[in-house]
Design a protein around this ligand. Structure first.
Ligand SMILES: Nc1ncnc2c1ncn2[C@@H]1O[C@H](COP(=O)(O)OP(=O)(O)OP(=O)(O)O)[C@@H](O)[C@H]1O
Length: 249
């Protein structure tokens, strides 16, 4: 299968301290991959750099012929301000702003599409609710409805099921499976190893660097999980990005 996203010796750093270190590999077109690793392993940083929010310190990310709008990115809920006084309909409809322009009002067609997307995530009738009044699970459903409208071939999800109730998680895993059936490329940071084993055919296990990357069954072994933890604990937070020509750490 051809690569939708290719990481070439990718290092991403904050103030020159690497959070992702010399990653190499491909996310194939139509693949469904979980990104797994201990806290601070660089998972969110990797997703942000694939989304184009962060730039590589070294190496590169090749995105085939994808345009920025072809990549839908769902950040962690903690990174989203929900105190904004806007309605569910406005959030969902912003999923297709690239088609209708940022400042044009909502057409009847836009509203119908948003209503269908809300129905698909089990939130019929929520159009006029203010987002601050929703539970965490309901808000996550709204963000998935927004991504349904975005209709992107590549979907990045950062801990989409963290602190979300079991019913919502099951429903949203159904949406992810539907996207997979539609041959979209999906990369999701997931903490629940059992969930990964059940729903994600591919896994990238990382601890700043790659620990293992491939079919979930062969990647998520007890030995690899132990290795990831040991690598994360041994990581020197104060290390700088490698100077050109130095041996890789
Ligand atoms: N904005 C930032 N500024 C400075 N350092 C950061 C920033 N964001 C993350 N880091 C550091 O980069 C490293 C990787 O963080 P990252 O959030 O990517 O890991 P993660 O695997 O997603 O962690 P978690 O599972 O806890 O969400 C950590 O040492 C973290 O402290």
């Amino acid at each position: 299968m051809t690569a939708a996203i290719q990481l070439q010796d990718l290092t991403v750093a904050y103030d020159r301290h690497p959070a992702v270190h010399h990653l190499n590999g491909n996310f194939a077109h139509g693949s469904l991959t979980a990104v797994v690793g201990p806290n601070g392993a660089g998972k969110s940083t990797l997703l942000k750099s694939i989304a184009g929010v962060l730039r590589p310190a070294q190496g590169s990310i090749l995105r085939d012929s994808l345009r920025a709008r072809d990549i839908a990115y769902l950040p962690q809920q903690a990174d989203i301000d929900r105190h904004f006084p806007i309605r569910v309909m406005d959030v969902v409809s912003s999923g297709h702003w690239h088609r209708r322009g940022l400042f044009r009002g909502l057409s009847r067609d836009d509203m119908d599409k948003a209503s269908h997307a809300l129905a698909a995530v089990g939130l019929s009738g929520f159009q006029h609710r203010v987002i601050g009044s929703l539970s965490a699970g309901q808000f996550q459903r709204v963000l998935f409805a927004r991504m349904l409208l975005q209709d992107a071939p590549v979907i990045l999800l950062d801990e989409p099921f963290n602190a979300i109730d079991a019913r919502t998680t099951a429903d949203l895993l159904g949406v992810v499976q539907r996207w997979h059936d539609e041959s979209r490329t999906i990369i999701a940071v997931v903490h629940d190893i059992e969930q990964v084993r059940q729903h994600f055919p591919q896994t990238l296990l990382m601890a700043r660097q790659e620990v293992a990357w491939g079919p979930t069954q062969t990647t998520l072994t007890a030995a690899n999980l132990l290795k990831a933890r040991a690598m994360a604990e041994a990581w020197d937070e104060t290390a700088n990005v490698c100077a050109q020509g130095l041996r890789r750490g």
